[in-house]
Design a binder for this molecule. Structure first.
Ligand code: 89V
Length: 340
């Protein structure tokens, strides 16, 4: 089968890692790039040998023969660019967060569903190598029914250095990292029936919140605590690792520092193994763990677009994550827990 032809919309920090991951799959080729500032699109095109450059997305879609588009622009443009792609009946792969509001995300998913156009979200966090291993060990059932878990993403990484626009977001950590962390909680523990959240801002020079705590009651009855912070200087700052602790009736499972997974079973003791992610030449070493997770995420999406397997992170699936993200803002604002 020929490689799928796609256009990349956006040339910001994340776009070159998107391109690295897509190239790594060997299943797709980028044939055009758009940015509203043409010189930025030209620079990226030179770096990645992309033949066509546009500063007008409508013109790109009119002139190029494509199999899908990858939307990697700022969040408020995701919906209008998806509307354009749908007019051309082109499948869409889109960065998280899908949209600025839940209502707009619902509209975007409905639009694609009604048009019969596939919509996928580049939700890579759940594809991290150690997270997949943790899920396999959890699903083995050895630790028994889960009654409590903790998903911990707290560090003081200078995230604004590479992504300065994050400083300007009125809703910051829950939309940027909460999308990932709450999606990972769903991936590991299923759907939630209730949530309670608090948020706060510690960095004085940003608009949104940089600390959030979300407590989920899952359909299974388990309690899952999700903690996120960019204001927590720890002795060893382990960005971008997520730590997970899972308590089961028969044991304890833990993803801890440096990709170690420890499994303790009542009466049998503890086994431990390290699950280091692969390093790709195109990845930024500081982001190795998450850049490595872009590749299996995109491999799944490329195969889905070729009709070879089911895509995991569909728009419809991601709506459930966004219900938690925007529900958390609502709970933090009202001070009440929310039935979902
Ligand atoms: O993956 C992300 O969404 C990024 C991060 C802060 C991890 O770079 O914003």
């Amino acid at each position: 089968m020929n490689k799928l032809r796609f256009a990349l919309f956006g040339t910001g920090f994340w776009s070159r890692f998107q391109l690295g991951g897509w190239q790594q799959t060997g299943l797709v080729e980028c044939v055009a790039v758009y940015n509203r500032t043409r010189s930025k699109a030209e620079a990226l095109a030179r770096e990645f040998n992309i033949p066509a450059v546009y500063d007008d997305p409508a013109a790109l879609l009119q002139h190029e023969t494509l199999d899908f588009v990858d939307i990697c622009t700022s969040v408020e443009t995701h919906f209008p660019l998806t509307q354009l792609a749908v007019q051309h009946r082109l499948p869409v792969v889109c960065q998280k967060p899908m949209t600025v509001t839940l209502a707009e995300a619902e509209q975007m998913v409905a639009l694609c569903q009604q048009a019969g156009v596939p919509l996928y979200i580049n939700e890579n966090w759940r594809w991290q190598h150690p997270v997949r291993q943790l899920k396999a060990q959890l699903d083995s059932g050895r630790i028994g029914p889960v009654f409590r878990a903790r998903v911990d993403y707290r560090n003081s990484f200078a995230v604004f250095d590479n992504q300065p626009f994050l400083k300007e977001l009125e809703q910051f950590i829950l939309t940027d990292i909460g999308t990932h962390i709450l999606d990972t909680a769903r991936f590991l523990f299923g759907e939630a029936s209730r949530l309670y959240a608090t948020t706060t801002r510690i960095h004085p020079d940003i608009r949104g919140e940089d600390v959030a705590t979300v407590m989920l009651t899952m359909h299974s009855g388990a309690t899952v605590l999700c903690e996120m912070s960019y204001a927590s200087p720890r002795e060893h700052d382990r960005f971008p690792e997520t730590f997970v602790e899972i308590e089961g009736a028969n044991g304890f499972l833990e993803l801890s520092h440096d990709y170690w997974i420890r499994e303790t079973i009542k009466g049998q003791g503890t086994t431990a193994a390290r699950h280091k992610p692969p390093h790709f030449a195109w990845a930024d070493p500081e982001y190795d763990l998450i850049h490595a997770s872009i590749y299996p995420c995109q491999l799944n999406l490329a195969r889905a677009l070729r009709g070879e397997e089911a895509g995991e992170t569909t728009g419809a699936d991601n709506l459930k994550t966004l219900q938690l993200v925007f529900g958390a803002y609502e709970s933090a604002r009202s001070g009440h827990s929310l039935a979902l």
